[in-house]
Ligand binder design. Structure first.
Ligand SMILES: Nc1ncnc2c1ncn2[C@@H]1O[C@H](COP(=O)(O)OP(=O)(O)OP(=O)(O)O)[C@@H](O)[C@H]1O
Ligand SMILES: [Mg+2]
Length: 267
């Protein structure tokens, strides 16, 4: 932790309006290389809007958005292959097998067919679906489809992984396993990752830093979580409560936070 990594994502004074509705109001945030950041907040807080700006599927009305130095809404070419996205729905192609779905991203990046086949097989194994490569999405369970989707996103070895509530529609046990696998992969591979979740536990378990957004998307609470804190049940419980309050719109809780126990910034 000696060198300070450069920000891979930078939002500066960003605003986004839909007609007369302001979804993002002068938001600034950074995500450093190798960092995993969780976005939390009430429904309508603007989490998905922030993700769409990062993906380049919509553009800011004011301010600047930079991903790996490029403007994602304009410079698709610079970001090609650097960014992987996984959504709530798995978005697999039903006429392609699991293996072919995972290969697709690599083939679109013009990787040789043999390499695509090999890497796809490796990634299917990594998400514990080594035996299911020949199956079509309709033959897989929801959890298995999510795994294929995750394998497809990660197989291209992206610099940045964006996830919007990918695990929320699965049953508790499956989503827990998938979450653990995901956390492990992200840490092991040192990916930079931004994920949206409604589950505070997920954020505490996976993220290095947690941002709670309040409508119109502005950061109302920022928390850093270290590995040591994750082992400390009392500290986790305090953080959980603090996040819960911030999501509920109550950011004014001086009695709650013990500033010596964790890094926290309230905005
Ligand atoms: N394409 C759009 N057109 C008009 N309004 C939109 C559009 N997309 C989002 N909004 C509005 O912007 C605000 C933020 O929406 P956003 O989808 O980012 O919220 P969210 O935090 O992702 O919510 P959820 O937790 O329910 O997914 C909401 O008030 C929403 O109605
Ligand atoms: Mg959303």
């Amino acid at each position: 932790m000696t060198n300070v990594p450069t920000p891979l994502i930078e939002l500066r004074d960003v605003s986004k309006r839909f007609g007369s509705h302001t979804a993002i109001d002068h938001l600034s945030m950074e995500v450093r290389e190798g960092e995993t950041v969780a976005l939390l907040g009430q429904t309508g807080a603007g989490k998905s809007t922030v993700m769409s700006l990062l993906m380049g599927t919509s553009s800011a009305d004011d301010g600047t958005v930079r991903v790996a130095g490029a403007d994602p809404a304009r410079d698709f070419v610079a970001l090609r292959g650097k960014l992987a996205v996984s959504f709530q729905t798995d978005r697999l192609l039903p006429w392609r097998t699991a293996q072919e779905n995972v290969e697709l991203g690599l083939l679109l990046l013009n990787r040789p067919r043999a390499e695509a086949r090999e890497r796809a097989a490796q990634w299917l194994q990594r998400v514990k679906l080594g035996d299911a490569g020949h199956k079509y999405p309709a033959e897989l369970s929801g959890g298995m489809r999510q795994r294929v989707s995750l394998a497809r996103a990660l197989a291209v070895d992206p610099a940045l992984v964006l996830l919007d509530e990918s695990f929320s529609q699965l049953d508790h046990v499956t989503s827990q396993t998938l979450r653990r696998d995901f956390a492990e992969i992200v840490r092991e591979q040192r990916k930079t990752c931004v994920f949206v979740t409604h589950r505070i536990e997920d954020a505490l378990e996976i993220a290095d830093r947690i941002l709670v957004l309040a409508a119109p998307a502005r950061v109302c609470l920022e928390l850093s979580v270290s590995a040591a804190q994750r082992q400390d049940a009392a500290c986790m419980a305090r953080m959980h409560q603090q996040i819960e309050r911030a999501i509920g719109g109550d950011t004014d809780d001086p009695a709650e936070a013990d500033p010596s126990s964790f890094t926290t910034t309230e905005h």
